[in-house]
Design a protein around this ligand. Structure first.
Ligand code: AMP
Length: 280
């Protein structure tokens, strides 16, 4: 696996391969890789001849300095996992945001779609995500990029941005991968105290119960939301939001009449976790 740190070298790598007729797939990550990330690498490999994974803890998407400082970093273990997954290039950008000279002042902002769910609770977060992903698309120039449906709103926002700005890349959403006990895999899980890790199972347990209720005919948003909120609170979690939204527009749904997503963000200890299930 080739390691690339310079932006110009990254762009040249892709251009050389594309000139030879190869399709390049791209998986952006913030590292501390787990099987959820690796599933994206496999998804990219299935849709391209070569796969680039980036590892970059992007400061502009953190609304809490402490969260940025505590974000886990483990580059060599990550690289070994990517080699095992058959990744072709690892991009660890240096000076992604220009250093020295005038400050970075240009932002990409997807408007109403980012007002909801996580966007409503993390000011500036999605502006940081869309800006850094645009920079990556301009540097890596991939044919296809894969994003996890675990961060459902993020995937939706990127898809909308690419459509609105005619960015020449295909966006693929990949399924949410869970641990054996049901918890959504996340780099942040490593920061959970052992008893909080156990209590946090209430998130997936409540979402699965809601999915079962929905399969048995429950369509009422207020009922589903109240049950999930109660399940997480009873386990000692602090609910940031529980919302039932249309799977495309992310607008709130009061009664399920088509594809919808039941999305949760909740704190266990100081760690904010997100999860979701599809309902219909
Ligand atoms: P992150 O490193 O948390 O920024 O995530 C990088 C990419 O991996 C994003 O597209 C996430 O949605 C995706 N991802 C993270 N966790 C999971 C998971 N459990 N299942 C599927 N994709 C995931």
């Amino acid at each position: 696996m080739k390691r690339i740190v310079e932006k110009a070298a990254m762009r040249q790598w892709t251009r050389d391969h594309r000139a030879a007729g190869r399709r390049v797939g791209f998986v952006p990550t913030m590292g501390s890789l787990h099987d959820g990330h690796i599933s994206l690498v496999h998804e990219a490999r299935a849709r391209a001849d070569l796969v680039v994974t980036s590892i970059y803890v992007n400061p502009t998407q953190f609304d809490q300095a402490e969260d940025l400082d505590k974000y886990p970093r483990q580059l060599e273990a990550d690289a070994a996992k990517l080699v095992a997954a058959g990744c072709d290039a690892l991009f660890i950008p240096r000076n992604l945001y220009a250093e020295g000279g005038p400050p970075h002042e240009t932002w990409v902002d997807v408007e109403r779609l980012t007002d909801k769910l996580c966007g409503a609770h993390r000011p500036g977060h999605f502006r940081g995500v869309t800006t850094v992903v645009t920079k990556f698309f301009n540097i890596v120039e991939p044919d296809v990029a894969v994003f996890g449906n675990k961060d459902y709103q993020q995937r939706s926002v990127i898809q909308r941005m690419v459509r609105d700005l005619d960015i020449p890349v295909e966006i693929v959403g990949a399924p949410l991968i869970r641990d054996h006990d049901g918890i959504a895999l996340s780099s942040r899980n490593a920061r959970l105290a052992p008893d909080d890790r156990q209590r946090a199972l209430a998130i997936s347990r409540s979402l699965f119960a809601a999915r079962d209720a929905n399969a048995a005919g429950e369509r009422d948003a207020a009922t589903l939301i109240a049950d999930v909120t109660a399940g997480i609170s009873a386990a000692g979690g602090r609910v940031d939001y529980v919302e039932l939204v249309d799977d495309l527009t992310l607008e709130p749904v009061t009664r399920i009449a088509g594809p919808a997503v039941l999305a949760v963000a909740a704190f266990f200890g100081a760690v904010r976790l997100v999860d979701n299930v599809a309902l219909s």
